[in-house]
Ligand binder design. Structure first.
Ligand code: ATP
Ligand code: MG
Length: 162
């Protein structure tokens, strides 16, 4: 696990940019954290760095939005999910296998339904209004094999989750 401390939305955007620049088809990022923690801010910066020109909006009420960049980006928010069957309808394995990149806000809510190969990004509030602690945890072979990408994030290295 790697922990990155940021003290502005711009610093969080740098982190998102690094991950987007090294994005590979089939990448799944699970964004976790309370209301206002920075999941959407991260997602927008990620999309921008992936080459999405369209304005990204929070998919809270729509569950999923699709954008075209260097890769197809699927931005999901499962906060208002009413039934787990809605996740099945999204067909995550298909989105990933067809070369897309998937970001899921509140992804911990559907953890048991996720392919067990993802990067978990957990946002917690720090002392100041704009301080965030961002824990990055690789799960499964895809992300455990991307040490170089993860060390490029420049955070504090903690106990391995691999
Ligand atoms: N270090 C930081 N990193 C990210 N966002 C920050 C930071 N400091 C302040 N912010 C601000 O915090 C807010 C984060 O809101 P955002 O919509 O990204 O949260 P969220 O986690 O998606 O919440 P929700 O669960 O309601 O969708 C934004 O207004 C952003 O500008
Ligand atoms: Mg959000």
């Amino acid at each position: 696990m790697i922990t990155v401390a940021t003290s502005s939305p711009e610093e969080t955007a740098v982190l998102a940019t690094t991950l987007a620049e090294t994005a590979e088809p089939g990448d799944l990022l699970v964004l976790v954290g309370d209301l206002g923690a920075g999941k959407t801010a991260f997602s927008k910066a990620y999309g921008k760095a992936l080459g999405v020109d369209e304005r990204m909006t929070s998919p809270t009420f729509t569950l999923a939005r699709q954008y075209e960049g260097r890769l197809t980006l699927h931005h999901l928010d499962v906060y208002r999910l009413e039934q787990m069957s809605e996740v099945l309808d999204l067909d995550l394995p298909d989105l990933l296998e067809s070369g897309g990149v998937v970001l899921i806000e509140w992804g911990d809510a559907i953890m048991p339904m996720l392919p067990q190969d993802f990067l978990e990004i957990r946002f917690t509030f720090g002392e100041g209004d704009d301080d965030r602690s961002i824990e990055i945890r690789p799960v499964g072979p895809r992300w455990c094999g991307r040490e170089e990408t993860l060390s490029a994030l420049g955070g504090q290295v903690g106990e391995s989750s691999c």
